[in-house]
Design a protein around this ligand. Structure first.
Ligand SMILES: [Ca+2]
Length: 485
């Protein structure tokens, strides 16, 4: 799968609000088992005498809601049916909000509570968790009883633009200034975090800054309110039900009081924005008070972010990547984690750092990957496997680059990338999708054809350009749209 396309990369709104964006831990991470690397990291954590809450593992997702997608009628049949019922039956009104609230109370006691008790949550914890909790009708993607789920929004007419908008210089400079200050304030903790988990303090700070403005952003909602509303009536009930049970287990464990368990509109918790299932695996008590408190403890927040990256495979001692300049004679169609080479081999092709410094000797010996997020229209990189670990926090090339750049600003006083983000013309996602479909018809692998330009789409475009006598740019643009059919 073309991993870089799983989340939209070019939404213009992604740089606004810290806690209103897509949560970093997507459902696919939920079921991941414990690997050898996890065990090594766990042992490392234990050796560092940092207690970790029990690895609860995966809780059965519970009964799934009705699969809306599996019910299909031909529109003719449907309208015939509708006509027949309209003439014979009185219209059924959807229940009122107060009726739905009553159904919600009954669902908590009769449906959810028994499952929570089976998961080890006491009735007293359930009662205190739901005290004063009502449905939050302002959340997105709700499907109240008696209504039909909204149609999936057609994204094809959305604008497809250059990734440059993601890297707001004003915002990056502000985050870097605060980050450098906090690097001094928390220097001792950050040193200990790096010793324990192998993740540089600047990288941990960068994620903390990106997610919640170093804990200064107000977390808008009680987590139980969001998770319960979504488990009761949303387009993804089963996923949120499992997250809600995990959240109740956090309360049962005593790590946080119900009133302090605040999160985002999507149910992501605390300063690192962990979903409850991620909290269960990755949150740590780094200040040693017996509770993994990612709401009010800075050491627990920093330790938990680093622990997350360590278990996802962060390689101690390695950088995230380097901005480079790729000579015109070297094809840009060599991207992807599946085309890794020793960094010395990339250097031998004439690829050099834009800073003018050589690649560090210990990096030159080991593998790196080409990354051209905007093809020849933007900055170019050789990244290390740690870049893909950053993407585990939020599956987007641009997110990982944002974190890497912010970390470099905090650690070394670096600035913006040297390469500018060039214009790619005015296009819509449907235009990119048309190019992807054309490439697929010619036998190229574009990953998921979704109107976004992940690395497989970029390199297949580059290969097609080279084969047809064009100089490869490895990125969709207006000029290519006309040529590639
Ligand atoms: Ca603690």
């Amino acid at each position: 799968m073309d991993r870089s396309t799983r989340f939209p990369l070019f939404l213009s709104g992604t740089t606004t609000g810290w806690v209103t964006k897509t949560p970093p831990q997507s459902p696919p991470t939920r079921g991941r088992g414990l690997t050898c690397r996890d065990l090594v990291a766990l042992i490392g954590a234990w050796r560092g005498r940092r207690s970790s809450p029990p690895l609860w593992g995966r809780w059965p997702a519970g009964q799934r809601g009705i699969g809306w997608g599996t019910v299909s009628f031909s529109s003719k049949l449907l309208s015939a049916f509708a006509l027949a019922t309209l003439t014979t039956l009185p219209a059924l009104a959807a229940p009122s909000r107060s009726e739905v609230e009553a159904q919600f109370r009954s669902w908590i006691s009769r449906d959810l509570a028994p499952e929570a008790r089976k998961a080890g949550v006491s009735q007293a914890t359930i009662d205190s968790a739901f005290r004063g909790i009502r449905l939050n009708w302002s959340l997105p993607d709700l499907v109240p009883p008696g209504t039909t789920p909204p149609k999936e929004q057609d994204q094809s007419q959305a604008e497809f633009s250059s990734p440059g908008a993601y890297f707001s210089e004003t915002r990056l400079q502000a985050l870097a200034a605060t980050g450098r200050m906090l690097a001094e304030t928390h220097a001792a903790t950050l040193r200990q975090v790096e010793r324990t988990y192998g993740v540089p303090g600047a990288v941990v700070l960068a994620i903390w800054g990106r997610e919640t403005g170093y804990g200064r952003a107000k977390l808008p909602y009680p987590a139980i309110e969001v998770l319960a509303t979504k488990a009761f009536m949303s387009t993804r009930k089963a996923m949120f039900r499992a997250e809600l049970i995990d959240a109740l287990r956090i309360l049962q464990h005593g790590d946080v009081a119900p009133g302090r368990m605040m999160g985002s509109w999507a149910g992501a918790l605390g300063q690192p924005q962990f979903m409850p299932s991620s909290y269960a695996r990755y949150a740590v008590d780094f200040d040693g008070d017996g509770r993994a408190d990612i709401w009010d403890s800075v050491p627990d927040t920093l330790g938990s972010i680093a622990h997350y990256l360590a278990l996802k495979g962060w390689q101690r001692g390695r950088d995230w990547g380097f901005e480079v300049s790729i000579p015109a004679a070297v094809s840009c169609a060599q991207e992807g984690p599946d085309l890794a080479k020793p960094i010395a081999a990339w250097a031998a092709m004439g690829i050099a750092r834009t800073s003018g410094k050589p690649f560090p000797a210990h990096e030159a010996r080991v593998e790196g990957m080409m990354l051209v997020p905007a093809g020849r229209h933007g900055p170019e990189f050789i990244v290390t496997p740690n870049f893909y670990v950053l993407k585990e926090y939020n599956n987007s090339d641009l997110y990982a680059l944002f974190i890497g750049n912010l970390a470099d600003r905090i650690a070394y006083g670096a600035g913006a990338f040297d390469g500018g983000w060039g214009p790619v013309g005015k296009m819509r996602r449907s235009d990119v999708l048309a190019m992807q479909t054309a490439l697929q018809a010619k036998g190229y692998d574009v990953g998921k054809a979704d109107g976004l330009a992940g690395f497989k789409t970029r390199r297949s475009l580059g290969d097609w350009q080279a084969k047809n006598g064009f100089s490869p740019t490895c990125f969709p643009d207006e000029g290519l749209k006309a040529k590639l059919r």
